[in-house]
Design a protein around this ligand. Structure first.
Ligand code: UTP
Ligand code: MG
Length: 566
């Protein structure tokens, strides 16, 4: 227990519960009409710097941030932040005043989780020392009833005695963004000027926002704190859609734990740590670690619930929910090539401003037509679908092949994983970026995607992003997508014949819908709207435009956060 207590300056976690978050009823269409205090778009009014560059606005290039720098900035931000539960929104001023006594506050975000109606504030300080000082001063209550772990998950208790009123906030608190409701989504598409603009709106509406990213990095940081006593170099790194630029509001957090960090042996040191030997069977060791981590966080970590250990999989994982950040999390240990895969996808999303809008639109279409699913099974995953889209964009010469990116790699781009996977490719793509609009617009690319895969011969052909070429399939898998970094693996090996057919007929149907919509012009399902109409399967209902527009408050679909307010 002593060891654990020391090792557990614990935690945080994950969030898909954003589908359970509460939001205010919104009546007006533009943020200007919202009351300034409780405005959910409050944070977008402020000049927030996003590390994820948003290239949807033509002609407004943002400085390219390498994936490593993006991770570093977000991890630093998490280290300078704490998460505080408050009684109500009314505590904001008071909390700000109290926290300010420990150092300069840089920003504050407020959100409410709908499942337990708890109110939370993410407070970002200018300096990490302020967090250290605040955690030093924090206390436990009812010591005989709780496990006294330390973490940056706190509760702001009421003062017993009356005190002076806190002064006014120096800056507006940023409020969590509204979950995307079907009605709002369709209204935005209907109010767009062109189909290309609709595609761009799909991206800007659905993408994971700043607070979503912060809470994911906060989650990762808390795991690092949790194990810092025994593994001070441990890194918990987000990967997958949370960081590859294709994450939507409410997406899971995939986390990778690296115990060794990048530290190498210090040959100068005369003193060497006493250690235990690693078992020879590395995989066995890995699942042991995963099991122990699962047990530790389940018992000690505030906010972590529903811990499930999946130990027999090729990559053992621990799944859990976090009831403070609202994130759902998949935690794994030895998965470095998956991290580099996230970097590769991030880079593809950064090279051309049309990539992310097209991918978000297709992912949304696939979800509404039951082609992808939140459930495991023979469905095409979002990851496989994303690779199919990137492959198509390679055929259109919008994106380079992986071999082209490898041929431009510099010495510091060299990466070989501990399992010998060569993940070397150009990291700084500043010179490759296509920000100026040219060639086909995003809508034309979208249409082209459906035409391309409606006619694709999945029976004999495989897609290979490494070479950017169609290859012969190596086995009888219904869909064969060579893993770009490990070409001997088929990324879509789980997909059944039924799902492959579902995808192909779905593409045919989508191409037909778009063609018809072009003839009709501005009716209520013009442009790309018809892509999201009608359900194909009971499990994944699409939208019926007429019904959705009639309903006053339709079910929210993917939600993220929360909101707050009255
Ligand atoms: P996920 O299946 O969680 O996909 O795999 P995702 O990209 O995060 O998409 P959603 O939003 O959860 O649906 C996480 C990451 O693991 C790597 C990829 O980097 C992927 O983004 N991965 C996954 C692989 O490298 N190979 C695989 O076969 C699967
Ligand atoms: Mg994921």
């Amino acid at each position: 227990m002593a060891l654990f207590a020391r090792a557990t300056s614990i935690f945080i976690v994950s969030y898909k519960n954003y589908s359970k978050l509460i939001l205010p009823t919104v009546k007006s269409k533009t943020w200007k009409n919202f009351p300034s205090k409780s405005t959910f778009f409050g944070h977008s009014i402020l000049n927030v710097r996003f590390s994820h560059s948003d290239q949807t606005k033509k002609g407004e290039p943002e400085t390219f941030v390498t994936f490593d720098n993006f991770l570093k900035e977000r991890r630093d931000e998490a280290k300078r932040s704490i998460l505080v539960q408050v009684n109500t929104e009314n505590s904001l001023k008071d909390l700000h005043f109290y926290c300010s006594t420990f150092g300069e506050i840089k920003s504050m975000f407020y959100y409410v989780l709908s499942d337990n109606k708890s109110h939370h504030v993410l407070v970002e300080f200018e300096k990490v020392e302020s967090v250290d000082a605040i955690l030093k001063s924090a206390t436990h209550i009812k010591l005989d009833q709780v496990i006294p772990v330390h973490s940056s998950m706190l509760y702001f208790r009421k003062l017993k005695a009356k005190h002076l009123h806190a002064p006014k906030l120096k800056f507006p608190v940023k409020y969590a963004k509204l979950p995307v409701k079907d009605k709002h989504f369709l209204e935005v598409l209907q109010n767009s000027k062109t189909a290309a603009q609709q595609v761009q709106k799909c991206y800007s509406i659905l993408k994971l926002d700043d607070l979503g990213l912060r809470l994911r990095f906060q989650t990762a940081h808390q795991l690092e704190r949790c194990f810092s006593g025994i593994f001070p170099d441990m890194e918990a790194l987000p990967f997958g859609s949370s960081v590859n630029g294709f994450g939507k509001m409410g997406c899971d957090l995939d986390l990778y734990i690296n115990f060794q960090s990048n530290r190498s042996e210090n040959e100068e040191s005369r003193l060497v740590f006493q250690t235990k030997r690693l078992h020879d069977n590395e995989r066995h060791q890995c699942s042991d670690f995963v099991r122990i981590i699962g047990d530790l966080i389940e018992i000690f970590a505030p906010g972590i619930f529903n811990v499930t250990k999946i130990l027999k999989a090729r990559v053992p994982i621990v799944k859990f929910d976090h009831r403070i950040t609202g994130v759902e999390c998949d935690l794994s240990l030895s998965n470095m090539s998956a991290i580099y895969m996230s970097e590769l996808l991030y880079i593809y999303g950064e090279i051309d401003w049309r990539v992310r809008p097209v991918i978000f639109t297709i992912r949304k279409w696939a979800q509404s037509q039951g082609i992808t699913s939140g459930n495991p099974g023979g469905y095409i995953t979002n990851f496989s679908l994303t690779l199919l889209i990137i492959f198509y964009l390679q055929q259109k010469k919008v994106l380079p092949t992986l071999l082209e990116l490898r041929s431009k790699a510099l010495l510091n781009d060299l990466r070989i994983t501990d399992t010998n996977v060569d993940c070397t490719f150009l990291r700084d793509i500043s010179m490759l970026r296509n920000i100026e609009p040219h060639g086909e617009d995003p809508y034309a690319l979208l249409r082209g995607f459906f035409d391309y895969y409606a006619g694709f011969d999945f029976k004999v052909d495989a897609v290979c992003l490494r070479q950017g070429a169609v290859l012969r399939k190596k086995d009888s898998s219904p869909i064969y997508i060579c893993n770009p970094l490990e070409p001997s693996l088929n990324v879509s090996r789980n997909v059944t014949y039924r799902e492959m057919e579902n995808f192909r007929t779905g593409c045919r149907d989508a191409a037909w819908r778009l063609e018809n919509a072009e003839k009709r012009h501005f009716d209520n399902s013009w442009g790309i709207i018809s892509l999201f109409v009608h359900k194909v399967r009971n499990t994944n209902p699409g939208l019926n435009v007429a019904d959705v527009m009639r309903e006053r408050e339709p079910e929210s679909e993917e939600s993220d956060f929360i909101l707050a307010s009255k």
